[in-house]
Design a protein around this ligand. Sequence first.
Ligand code: MN
Length: 309
Amino acid sequence: MSASLLAATAWTGRTDPEDGLHALRLHQLETEGAKRGLIGFACDAGVARNKGRVGAKEAPQVIRSAMANLAAPIQAHRFTDLGTVTVDGDALEQGQAMLADLVARSFDPAERLVVLGGGHETALGSYSGLRQARPQSRIGIINLDAHLDLRAMGSAGASSGTPFFQIRDLDPERFDYLCLGLAQEANTQALVQRASDWGVRTVYDRDMERDVSAAKSEIDGIFARNDLVYLTIDIDVLPHFVAPGVSAPAARGVSLSKIEAVVDHILDHAAESPGKLPLADIVEVCPRLDQDNATARVAAYLARKLLIS
Ligand SMILES: [Mn+2]
């Protein structure tokens, strides 16, 4: 069992030359040496160890396909596909280390990287790579997720349920973690207590649905307190009828319009302070459980925003 880096394959898709220069689609923006980079993390090990429904390993390629024919706005950033870290069997730690290395060495020329997971174990690799590249920076974490993913490592070791526990262990003093959209019924009291003990900021799914302004002021706070912000989106934060292809569907979820308002608010901050959002990932898409590609489409929609705007 091992992990390996698979080189990117060429992006292909529909072209509309008869419509002139402004008929570009995402597959036509992929190029070498761009300031935006896309990385895949093909891994089932985290979800398997977490006793979830496996299949996230297929997500990076399926989401890329869903992205290829999306229209590109005027002044879109070009991006480079940096390949896919592929984890065989249970080689989770090896894969996370390889992802961290790839993330760390892809900054400069890249100013923002978008990682397509994998389960939420992707986050440990993503974060560790940014930490390697920017050891002195204060890094705030925004997680859009039904789950806190703060569980302690039991006998099965690290999994898709433990990444933020592990990240805190790396640097407990500077742990600044905001979880938006969590569901009361999907997090045990032990986790809620741990979050409270560790100063984790939270906005619950129902509260976000009623009024998104609390989430926006938490985002303002985390941008103000930190040098850099890492955004991680667990697609299971959405309602199961919007994103059915996930390993752990939530009963309720937060609507796409609210999630989009939050992501746009984060991107507004990033536009005001260029370089302050160097890293984002989208995790927990499980193509084999998807219906009519709906989950891959919504992941591609969010990835497009993060990658080229
Ligand atoms: Mn998660």
